[in-house]
Design a protein around this ligand. Structure first.
Ligand code: FAD
Ligand code: UDP
Length: 368
């Protein structure tokens, strides 16, 4: 008999397992995949650490969380500075003075602000209600058309007018010549890849891979006193209030016999014709000097139950459905729900760690 059955060896499940083990509790971690780590899993291919489920850059403003991850594995000084390729034109991201200068020839922040204000006023948006209006209101119509609309509609498979504004607010808009994609104080990639960090977190837990909770539910429910569940919350309740929607992805990897394919870790393809959203060149995350390189094209894909869920689609309809599941979740005494799928939230890694540590504090009645 274990103290905890942890469904999912992603970041939430692994942080919880580590902290529970540290407090003398026993844990069995099960995952339906054949590896640990969930979506941040990295694997060596041709001597290069490949982010198997898309580029993962750790960033946080929270010193404790930064020190926490660095206590498992040292992080490097990688700073994400993706570029956008719009039909062969190259722009810096996030939207900053370099982007504005390339697009409009403006040189000062006040010139850039005036240009954006003029475009916003032409469209007449005062109170943005969806992603399209929010984007135009932040950066004007030119940037919206070249760098946002095509990318967003490919990524989400829906018109930008039907998407929530918070998605575009993830990206900084800056009136400085600063290409850093994040505003956070701490940023980097674990030296040697993320899998090392997860291995250390799961060091003292028992682990069963290739094990789907739902295919072994009766048996697994009996092996522990409590469950930490990081799979899909609607599936847990047999979809009784309906299906929560996701966006899925397909990754296409290539090993190339050249040392540098695109000169940057991340290049976004922001037009609507290119079927993929971005190309990742993994060696640049770790300043690799290998003679060859590995690239990954990321194709957004429709999700259906049974396919791999990556991005929760937090629009009004889905959030309403989630609210009903949340009422059931709140009544559970022996089950803790966590992570992107368990709480249906578009969480980044630092937020998942924060949420897992919070769940640990609550569970063990600690108020640090
Ligand atoms: P997951 O990683 O999804 O782990 C859940 C685990 O549970 C999986 O291993 C799954 O196989 C398992 N599981 C699910 N159902 C079952 C079941 N029924 N039985 C057994 N096992 C099950 N965050 C950042 O901070 N920076 C980034 O740059 C970044 N880039 C991203 C890029 C992409 C393409 C994606 C998809 C996400 C990105 N993220 C990024 C977010 C990051 O991946 C998540 O915040 C984090 O990995 C979530 O951890 P988790 O434990 O909640 O979920
Ligand atoms: N986005 C965009 N153009 C870009 C990059 C991002 O329009 O070149 C929009 C898009 O809607 C995307 C959102 O900004 O879904 C958030 O981008 P982020 O890079 O944070 O997405 P993630 O890495 O989570 O996929």
């Amino acid at each position: 008999m274990y103290d905890y059955l942890i469904v999912g060896s992603g970041l939430f499940g692994s942080v919880f397992a580590f902290e529970a083990n540290k407090r003398g509790q026993t844990c069995l971690v099960v995952d339906k995949r054949d590896h640990i780590g969930g979506n941040l899993y990295t694997e060596k291919t041709a001597e290069i650490n490949v982010h198997k489920y898309g580029a993962h850059i750790f960033h946080t403003n929270n010193k404790d969380i930064w020190e926490y991850v660095n206590s498992f594995v040292p992080f490097n000084r990688y700073t994400n500075m993706p570029i956008a390729n719009y039909k062969g034109e190259i722009y810096n991201l996030p939207f900053n003075m370099n982007t504005f200068n390339k697009l409009w020839g403006v040189k000062t922040p006040s010139e850039a602000k005036a240009k954006i204000k003029q475009q916003r006023e032409e469209v007449g948006i005062t109170d943005p209600k969806n992603l399209e209006e929010q984007a135009i209101s932040l950066v004007g119509t030119d940037i919206y058309k070249k760098l946002i609309k095509g990318y967003t509609e490919k990524q989400w498979g829906r018109p930008a007018e039907e998407l929530p504004s918070f998605i575009i607010k993830r990206l900084p808009v800056r009136f400085t010549y600063d290409n850093n994609y994040f505003n956070d104080r701490y940023q980097g990639i674990p030296i040697g890849g993320y899998t090392i960090m997860i291995e250390k977190m799961l060091d003292k837990a028992d682990l069963k891979l290739n094990t789907d909770y739902f295919e072994n539910r009766e048996e697994l429910d009996r092996v522990a006193k409590k469950i930490v569940f990081t799979g899909m919350v609607d599936q847990f309740y047999n979809y009784k209030y309906g299906v929560l929607e996701y966006r899925s992805l397909r990754f296409e990897n290539e090993i190339l016999d050249i040392d540098n394919y695109q000169g940057n870790a991340v290049v976004n393809y922001t037009d609507s014709d290119t079927p993929y959203t971005r190309i990742i060149e993994h060696k640049h995350f770790e300043f690799g000097t290998q003679n060859n390189t590995v690239i990954t094209k990321e194709y957004p894909k429709e999700w259906k139950p049974g396919k791999e869920p990556y991005y929760p689609i937090n629009n009004k309809k889905n959030n309403e459905v989630y609210k009903k599941y949340k009422e059931l979740v709140d009544k559970e005494k022996n089950i803790i729900f966590g992570g992107r799928l368990g709480t249906y939230k578009y969480y980044d890694m630092h937020q998942v760690i924060g949420a897992a540590l919070e769940a640990v504090r609550k569970e063990f009645k600690e108020d640090i």
